[in-house]
Design a protein around this ligand. Sequence first.
Ligand code: DX5
Ligand code: ZN
Length: 215
Amino acid sequence: MKLLCPSIMCANLDHIKDEIELLDQAGADIFHLDIMDGNFVPNITLGLSDVRAVRRNTKKMIDVHLMIENPMNKVQWFIDAGADIIYIHPESERFVIKTLQYIKEQGKHPGIAISPDWSMEMCSELLPFCDYVLVMTVNPGFAGQKYIDTMTLKVKKLVEVKDHYGYRLLIDGGCSLEVIQSLSKIGVDGFVLGTSVLFNKDEDYRTILNRLKED
Ligand code: DX5
Ligand code: ZN
């Protein structure tokens, strides 16, 4: 069973309520919200009001992928807005373990997002504190980029120790049908779905999600 996580910044935000309801009914598992501050990454996307809007329209899990400097100071804002899973980038925070512990203490799921520049070994101290690990297979900041092939080796290493640490492993960036099929076979748990496979397509969400679940 794959976890399918639509990337809400790629949805039609003119109609966010309709989009969330359609994706929910079509079988989405986790709503993925990219939060960018224009400093950590060269873009600004969704914010707290968007998290609240998604929360009002689904009972399913919401994750926030924090691409912001010093996330520790702001984690509580996102918990209050309704996030269930909070991903932080280790390179954005001085005290990463402390932040992950804080998220857990608040009854939410801590996760790390691993940028293409970061090896698995650079994150090994953090893995015991993660419920979720998100491997970024594009450079953070923008939708519509191509999957970086050399990331697959890191993904394989993280699959090998996944059960030992007890986290779920997900992939973010350039997740096409082919990428999802091949990484799912080697044990990846879930995928962020953006422009590569889900949005701005001729088929409806249900048809696409059903196909992804089958393969
Ligand atoms: C970055 C984003 C993007 C994007 C995923 O954190 O999550 O990677 O929306 O969708 P693609 O890469 O398929 O446009
Ligand atoms: Zn993301």
